[in-house]
Design a protein around this ligand. Structure first.
Ligand SMILES: Nc1nc2c(c(=O)[nH]1)N[C@H]1C(S)=C(S)[C@@H](COP(=O)(O)O)O[C@H]1N2
Ligand SMILES: [Mo]
Length: 249
């Protein structure tokens, strides 16, 4: 309970930005946060990242024999078919919005960044779980390379697929974006991502539910507000079924 309160407090602070005068109850942690805020936005993000809990990680033998697919299981386009058949040579992950240096990253470029591998449990609201080993660069590494601006409060994930006629998308706040376990995964259990699990790239946001784990990524966009994106609720299921935007496990 206290942890949930603290999380939403931190999320609120990040949304306000470092310049906002936030009063943080709770003793030493609060003071540390306040000190960090004085050091600037980037320092605040770092301090927050270091203080956050990690989602549990598992041993190789805990991995589920098969990691089922859910929601979209492919992308219905000729371009996707052709890229899938040839190892995605022309797939690009664009990084744009509130950044100094917009990027268009190939899979090779993404594989060349420092990598993180983590074995975590995926929980879908529909009532199933699976444990998988994910590998990819931390989102923070990519945001740093792109020079994300202070005005960014959210990262939006753009996907290649549509579900019921609308593009799938998701979003997270900057606390989640800088979290060490937030990665752009290109591999599952040591192999390139299978088609059904989001090939060639998907987000892993390990402290949140399945629908936040955007598959078939084509773009990352830094924005100040979620207004005007989809129906404004921060994600496909948030727009279509009223699912919570902060989908904490
Ligand atoms: N692009 C895209 N991402 C998506 C979905 C989708 O339909 N399209 N479904 C979500 C849901 S509800 C879940 S549970 C997981 C399923 O991931 P999996 O197919 O690897 O099991 O992906 C999430 N990300
Ligand atoms: Mo899900």
């Amino acid at each position: 309970m206290a942890e949930i309160r603290r999380r939403s407090l931190l999320a609120g602070m990040a949304a306000l930005g470092a310049g906002a005068c936030a009063k943080i109850p709770g003793g030493k942690d609060g003071q540390d946060l306040f000190d960090a805020a004085e050091g600037g936005h980037r320092a605040l993000q770092r301090a927050l990242a270091g203080k956050q809990g990690l989602a549990p990680e598992y041993a190789p033998e805990d991995r589920s024999p098969t990691f089922r697919g859910n929601g979209s299981l492919t992308v219905d386009s000729d371009f996707y078919r052709q890229q899938l058949a040839s190892g995605f040579p022309e797939w690009r992950l664009t990084v744009g919005g509130l950044v100094d240096k917009p990027l268009a990253l190939s899979l090779d470029a993404i594989r060349a960044l420092p990598q993180r591998t983590q074995i975590t449990r995926h929980d879908c609201v529909e009532g199933w779980s699976a444990i998988g080993e994910w590998t990819g660069p931390q989102l923070g590494t990519i945001l740093e390379a792109a020079g994300v601006r202070e005005q960014a409060n959210f990262i939006v994930f753009r996907c290649a697929d549509t579900l019921y006629g609308s593009p799938y998308y998701e979003s997270i706040d900057m606390i989640e974006a800088w979290h060490p376990q937030t990665i752009i995964a290109h591999a599952l259990n040591g192999e390139p991502l299978p088609e059904k699990n989001g090939a060639p790239l998907r987000a892993r946001i390990e402290r949140q539910l399945g629908y936040k784990q955007a598959k078939y990524l084509t773009g990352i966009e830094a924005v100040a507000s979620l207004e005007g994106i989809g129906k404004g609720n921060g994600g496909f299921w948030e727009d279509h079924s009223g699912y919570q935007w902060y989908a904490g496990i």
